[in-house]
Design a protein around this ligand. Structure first.
Ligand code: BGC
Length: 505
């Protein structure tokens, strides 16, 4: 079928021969709803380019295009010891990163702490208190009894934050299901620093960064072809380097036009005004029932948080409202629970290697207490493919749009996140969509031939990337380049970087 990209694993032919006509009709209808053909991919990409550009203007658009004050790529010779903190959706990760003299090398020690589910909808004080406690534990464990300088910290805060300074950021809105009162519209750094101070933790926040910016910088540290950093995980987003001369909303800063500035696109907000994305009725429900309706239109069609929910909504609809009434006569109580299926459920369905889909059958039985017929299993498999394929193809539109805007003829795109790393065929489907968008000739030279733009596995953005950005920032401050630095003295105070080189042992 045109535009669907690679379909099934070769190990399974997946015949629809024994699927009854009415069920087949529903499958065909779902295919129409969820399939994005080449022409549509191209149209979405074109619109995306203009929205990226609009986001950089004074008036702005729906894509925030946040300047990050991370100004330029690492050269591979950054050195020092840094802390990195990553506040993700499921875990909190604290790292100590050592950048040695050797080019492009790093050493890392890390600890993970679970992010209790209640924190995501609790109070701001609880959130910052918990994070500060984890940092304190980390330092006590790894530096017991040591007399410490203030340690510079790169804090990966993977939510949209507008930044007047690299070490400050105003949360524009929560995404990915977080809903903590009293944080949106405020600078997240002062209450975080306050919580550290209360506990006497010897940390100086050097840079507040987005996971995509960290991914861009960490990947560029080891691969100079990398021009874009992407996350395809619970949420989705990208960062790239823009020339300051092409950022009209920073004109008042009078920065040299050729100076580079990493832009955290926050592209999850693409098409919030619903002019181009082919939304299905299920996408509309996801949005309506989410804590922030009307926001993150693009993200809600792609990101891991929503893939399982889309699948669930379709199945419930086919049980309740359509003539075929799948799972007829069964109690679908568990399936009715919002967000009861996550992307790993879909991954498992797509990964089922058996012709009779027995793994899918067992999964439906164990997770949802449902007994599915063979045709119903075929439907589940096709639905998972459709949802997963749409996500990969839409993601490619964002990547293609940045390449078109920057006129990149070749590039590596460093990508990370659970969907990119674990969802079956995501990479191949994304690559196929890029070929369609750019009309690349079929590859000659078999498997080893490369596409001009390749999405590759990233380096650790929220660990190594955050440390590198802290290192680049300190270097910049020491050299007196103070754009986007609120208080240079305060940034270095009490850290090793404040001391003269001969004292820095
Ligand atoms: C957030 C971004 C983040 C992305 C990937 C989105 O929900 O708004 O800041 O980069 O998820 O983690």
């Amino acid at each position: 079928m045109v535009g669907l990209g690679p379909r099934r694993q070769p190990s399974r032919k997946g015949s629809m021969a024994d699927v009854p006509k009415d069920l087949l009709r529903e499958i065909r209808h779902l295919e129409e709803l969820f399939t994005i053909d080449t022409a549509k991919l191209k149209a979405i990409t074109e619109h995306f380019v203009s929205e990226l550009t609009k986001g950089l203007t004074e008036e702005g658009g729906s894509i925030p295009m946040n300047p990050t004050w991370c100004m330029g790529f690492p050269n591979g010779y950054e050195t020092g010891t840094f802390l990195a903190l990553d506040m993700g959706g499921t875990n909190l990760r604290v790292c100590e990163v050592i950048l040695p003299e050797e080019k492009g090398e790093f050493d890392i020690i890390q600890s993970k702490y679970r992010m209790p589910e209640e924190l995501k909808t609790g109070t701001a004080d609880e959130l910052w208190g918990y994070i500060a406690d984890c940092l304190q534990q980390f330092i006590e464990y790894h530096h017991e009894g040591e007399e410490l300088d203030q340690l510079p910290l790169g804090f990966t805060f993977s939510y949209p934050a507008s930044q007047d300074y690299i070490d400050h950021g105003v949360l524009q809105r929560w995404t990915k299901g977080f809903d903590i009162d009293g944080v949106e519209g405020k600078d997240v750094v002062p209450p975080f620093e306050e919580a550290l101070k209360e506990r006497g933790v010897p940390i100086r926040l050097t840079a507040l960064i987005n996971d995509t910016t960290g991914t861009l910088i960490a990947s560029a540290y080891t691969d100079t072809e990398v021009k874009i950093g992407c996350i395809f995980g619970t949420g989705c987003n990208a960062a790239y380097m823009e020339n300051c001369g092409s950022i009209p909303k920073l004109a008042h800063m009078n920065l040299p036009p050729d100076t580079l500035m990493a832009i955290n696109c926050e592209w999850g907000a693409f098409d919030n005004e619903h002019v181009i994305l082919p939304r299905t009725p299920y996408d509309v429900v996801i949005d309506k029932e989410s804590p922030r309706p009307g926001q993150q239109a693009f993200e809600k069609m792609i990101a891991g948080l929503y893939l399982g929910e889309l699948f669930r909504l379709v199945l419930v609809d086919l049980h309740d409202n359509k003539e075929i009434h799948i799972f007829e006569g069964q109690d679908i109580g568990t399936l009715r629970k919002p967000y009861s299926l996550d992307a790993s459920f879909l991954s498992a369905v797509e990964d089922d290697p058996f012709e009779n889909l027995s793994e899918t059958h067992d999964l439906l039985a164990s997770k949802l207490s449902l007994r599915a017929t063979k045709p119903e299993l075929e439907l589940c498999r096709r639905l998972a493919e459709l949802i997963g394929t749409r996500a990969a193809r839409l993601s490619a539109c964002g990547v293609a749009a940045i390449c078109k805007k920057k006129d990149y003829k070749t590039a590596h795109v460093g990508a990370d996140g659970s969907v990119f790393n674990k969802y079956p065929h995501f990479k191949a489907r994304g690559a196929q969509a890029l070929r369609e968008i750019f009309d690349w000739e079929p590859k000659k030279g078999g498997k080893s031939a490369r596409d001009p733009v390749e999405i590759v596995a990233a380096e650790d953005g929220s660990g190594v990337g955050a440390a590198l950005i802290a290192a680049l920032t300190i270097k910049r401050v020491q050299e007196g380049q103070l754009a986007g630095i609120k208080n240079a003295d305060a940034m270095l105070k009490g850290t090793k970087a404040e001391k003269k080189p001969e004292e820095q042992v």
